[in-house]
Ligand binder design. Structure first.
Ligand code: TGC
Ligand code: FAD
Length: 438
């Protein structure tokens, strides 16, 4: 499993042309100038002849845009998902479970908190984190959720806003998967509008007392530690709450039709007493939890393509083998139209995610860029899943194929981490300057 540090920035200094006439496109028609141009910019002549036909499962040659370390990581995660998840995921979804030991295995692979630096975290690049989310979600959104919540929502706030003692105490054990975390922001009456939260944190001598209810919390009932956001006298504060603290309780939300291979829980905090050191010292406003969301939304922008890719590939494989009217259904124009739409959409989503990932690696992607990625890639993934479902006919509604499982999962993905309506409003505000939430 490769661990990579920060990449050196892409060359931005101007190319030196000392002693040579300025290079312009007009002059590039001269052979000598053209060869100097190619040398300077390290280009080659476009090869003549027909290139190899595209691979239906990598139409644009996306692999060629990745560096060897990125490909190695991607292949490692893809193989692990194929060996460890795909054979059982239908049953787990059916039974409404995700085995806890997967977290330890993911920790062993270095995938928990992978994009964080230090304290046992590998410091992977934004693209490496994204590719990992993609491959995990090609398995199931519940798996990617487990990793998103652990790395981006539970470990990130400790890394970003925690004290040195808090980082040392929690992060190394969370990176291995020994300790599993959850993130409690949403409440029964505060979903899209977390600023209206009612959970309170009041001081009592050297302690904090937390009261309130959090709901729809991924990993909630299996977590060892919860990051709880609560209203304190000086603003919204984050607290590190061991889940065995008296007054803390978690119960799974039953009868879900989506994200079934994931524990989604309601948390109650009834006079939960915590020492002063449980509060994250680095933030006391909504910026704290909202900044965590940017981290996790970024992973979803990639992850959703994994679900979409899995649906597209299932539909393609089905279309070339399933016979009706004496021919494979893939030979009919209407089915080809669906396959082409899905292929184009998946490829476009990949390029968007990679572009935002490269921007992020250079510190150039803000929350709005991440919202663009989450917004567009999740809606496209849901479209692909619905289309793929139709290609599979009746078989498409079973757990023998991944399609309807992904489709149902994506109904959660389009809602959590800020619904697509909220992403639209974030983007709308960015375009117009007008805030249209309230
Ligand atoms: P607003 O006044 O706009 O902002 C308050 C402060 O936060 C800052 N901020 C951000 N910082 C970093 N990243 C972002 N994305 C940020 N968005 C806002 C902002 O600059 C300000 O900072 P400061 O220093 O000036 O105080 O806040 P608002 O109350 O008007 O809300 C804006 C809105 C609607 C966009 C926000 O509330 C929102 O995003 N709502 C959606 C809620 C949401 O996404 N919840 C997700 C819960 S967690 C979850 O779903 C996990 S699923 C996990 C899984 O299984 O994968
Ligand atoms: P509401 O906010 O009530 O919204 C209902 C509808 O109204 C939505 O379509 C919404 O887009 C729309 N709407 C709301 N406001 C506006 C507006 N201003 N303009 C236009 N439309 C609007 N939360 C956590 O804190 N931690 C977790 O780990 C977590 N995991 C989750 C796992 C799952 C499986 C699910 C389904 C949810 C999870 N959530 C979690 C909660 C999730 O973040 C919320 O469901 C989400 O933020 C939306 O809140 P809500 O469901 O209360 O919907």
């Amino acid at each position: 499993m490769p661990t990579t540090g920060l990449r050196s920035p892409v060359r931005s200094e101007p190319v030196s042309h000392a002693g040579t006439p300025p290079l312009t496109w007009g002059s590039a028609c001269h052979n000598e100038t053209r060869s100097r141009f190619r040398k300077t910019f390290n280009t080659t002549m476009a090869p003549t002849g027909r290139p190899a036909p595209p691979d239906p499962k990598d139409f644009l040659g996306f692999d060629g845009l990745l560096d060897p370390e990125e490909r190695l990581l991607r292949d490692t995660v893809r193989r692990w998902v194929a060996d460890r998840v795909l054979p059982s995921i239908g049953d787990w979804f059916d039974e409404g479970i995700l085995p806890r030991e997967l977290a330890t295995e993911l920790g062993g692979l270095g995938l928990l908190g992978m994009h964080l630096d230090g304290y046992g975290c590998p410091g992977a690049s934004a693209v490496e984190y994204g590719l990992t989310c993609l491959e995990l979600e090609a398995g199931d959104s519940g798996l990617r959720s487990m990793v998103s919540v652990q790395g981006s929502l539970a470990m990130f706030p400790i890394r970003e806003y925690g004290s040195e003692d808090q980082r040392r105490e929690w992060l190394p054990r969370m990176a291995t998967g020994e300790v599993l975390g959850c993130f409690g922001l949403t409440e029964p009456d505060s979903g899209s509008d977390p600023g209206s939260m009612r959970t309170t944190a009041r001081r009592d001598g050297p302690d904090w007392i937390l009261n309130g209810t959090k709901t729809w919390i991924s990993n909630g009932s299996v977590a060892d530690v919860a990051i709880i956001w609560a209203r304190a006298d000086d603003g919204v504060r984050g607290f590190i709450v061991p889940t065995d603290t008296p007054g803390f309780a978690a119960r799974d939300i039953p009868r879900k039709l989506s994200l079934r291979a994931s524990h989604t829980s309601e948390l109650t905090l009834d006079d939960v007493r915590l020492p002063r050191e449980a509060a994250l010292p680095g933030v006391s406003s909504l910026r704290g939890p909202l900044s965590c969301l940017t981290e996790a939304r970024y992973g979803i922008a990639w992850g959703a393509i994994g679900a979409a890719r899995s649906c597209y590939e299932a539909a393609l494989d089905y279309a070339v083998t399933r016979q009706q009217f004496g021919r494979p259904i893939g030979a009919f124009q209407l089915i080809q139209r669906k396959l082409v739409d899905m292929m184009v959409t998946v490829n476009r989503g990949l390029l968007l995610a990679l572009h935002i990932g490269r921007m992020r690696a250079r510190g150039r992607a803000g929350p709005e860029h991440v919202s663009l990625g989450k917004f567009d890639n999740v809606r496209m993934a849901l479209d692909v899943a619905r289309t793929a479902r139709s290609v599979l006919g009746a078989n498409g509604i079973t757990l023998d194929y991944p399609v309807m499982r992904h489709m149902n999962n994506l109904e959660s993905v389009i809602t959590y981490e800020g619904s697509n309506e909220i992403q639209i409003l974030i983007l709308g505000q960015s375009l117009t300057g007008f805030q249209a939430f309230k």
